[in-house]
Design a protein around this ligand. Structure first.
Ligand code: AMP
Ligand code: TRP
Length: 341
């Protein structure tokens, strides 16, 4: 497979379910902006069709989709440079997903850890959409012949499944039609952990709001959450190795490193030996300094949703210009009469 024949193109998505967290920002959005500013072709989606694989109140979904778009813009994405749109406005996603439902195997889906986690003990009662979710994600990516996929650590398995689907499609139909995309998992905080439990990822859906920092939190709330974050009684070590068995301490140091754009070793050189009572206020100040401008800008943008809706509508048109010919070609390869291959 000659991957070189595909123009590099970046694609990623975030679900509009609940509020954006520091995990989304450091694991995904911050990288999205960097990749845009490196001058690559970048496409970023609000994956509303993924969100409804578990129940979403319609009014909350609408608000969360617009708020996610506001978050993208506030974090530095520029709708003139990147294509920004919500998934449901580009019907080709679900059309290609159907083809991939017929390529992917039940066994592949059953191995997905996110499926196992989200469906829990009662798989029979989970939606069919939740099970098929990774095939829709593969469609999101391959519909644009995207080659680079910036995501947090938890999405690696889904990008690998996307590769498997692309490889099987190409083999089944005897054509190198889809690229084999690469996950891009970079930065000091590709897996931001809960502030209450260093073994769990920071998540929008955690029942405890104290477990996460939301991009919409005000300065006092951010400071309070960091002050109350779980830690151990020891002072910070002076080398990264000393954090190995200390999940909560490691998490706070990783967050500090990512927000201050330093390596973990650089941070350790500065803060090694300090007690948490000294380190936590430093982290709180840094977090407020980096996040307050984002939350203020999000609030401002949410004051006029017509502008957000316009950006999403225009983004969807641009996305369809790329997606439509690729879907038609796929239909043609599969043998659908009338496809404009
Ligand atoms: P989601 O909120 O599940 O739609 O995730 C959107 C993006 O944020 C994906 O690339 C995730 O990998 C990333 N992400 C979500 N939570 C975290 C976290 N706690 N740490 C790092 N990345 C995360
Ligand atoms: N499944 C991803 C998540 O929950 C969101 C997503 C949907 C995505 N489609 C995508 C990420 C395509 C990258 C590329 O985080």
């Amino acid at each position: 497979m000659s991957e070189v024949s595909f123009t590099p193109r970046v694609f990623s998505g975030i679900q509009p379910s609940g509020r954006l967290t520091l995990g989304n920002y450091l694991g995904a959005m911050k990288r999205f902006v960097e990749m845009q500013d490196e001058g690559r072709e970048t496409i970023y989606c609000m994956v509303d069709l993924h969100a409804i694989t578990v129940w979403q109140d319609p009014a909350d979904l609408r608000r969360a989709t617009r708020e996610l778009c506001a978050g993208y813009l506030a974090a530095g994405l520029n709708p003139e440079k990147s294509i920004l749109f919500n998934q449901s406005q580009v019907p080709e996603h679900t059309q290609l997903a159907w083809i991939f439902n017929c390529v992917a195997r039940m066994g592949w889906m059953q191995r997905m850890t996110q499926w196992k986690d989200k469906a829990g003990k009662n798989q029979q009662n989970a939606s069919l959409g939740l099970f098929a979710y990774p095939a829709l994600m593969a469609a999101d990516i391959l519909l644009y012949h995207a080659t680079h996929i910036p995501v947090g650590e938890d999405q690696k398995q889904h990008v690998e499944l996307t590769r498997d689907i692309a490889i099987k499609f190409n083999n089944d139909f005897g054509q190198e039609f889809f690229p084999i995309p690469e996950p891009v998992i970079e930065g000091a905080a590709t897996r931001v952990m809960s502030l209450r439990d260093g073994s769990k990822k920071m998540s929008k859906s955690d029942p405890s709001d104290m477990s996460r920092i939301n991009l919409t939190d005000d300065a006092d709330t951010i400071a309070k959450k960091i002050r109350k974050a779980k830690t151990d009684p020891e002072p910070l070590p002076s080398e990264a190795k000393g954090l190995e068995e200390r999940a909560e301490a490691r998490n706070l140091v990783n967050i500090y490193a990512a927000l201050s754009e330093q390596s973990v070793d650089q941070v350790m050189a500065d803060v090694g030996g300090k007690a948490f009572s000294e380190f936590k206020p430093m982290l709180a100040d840094l977090a407020v300094d980096r996040l307050a401008p984002i939350s203020q800008e999000m609030a401002r943008l949410m004051g006029d949703v017509s502008e957000i809706d316009r950006i999403l509508g225009r983004g969807a048109e641009r996305a369809r210009e790329i997606a439509s010919p690729i879907l038609q070609k796929t239909y043609d390869i599969v043998g659908m009469v009338g496809a404009k291959g």
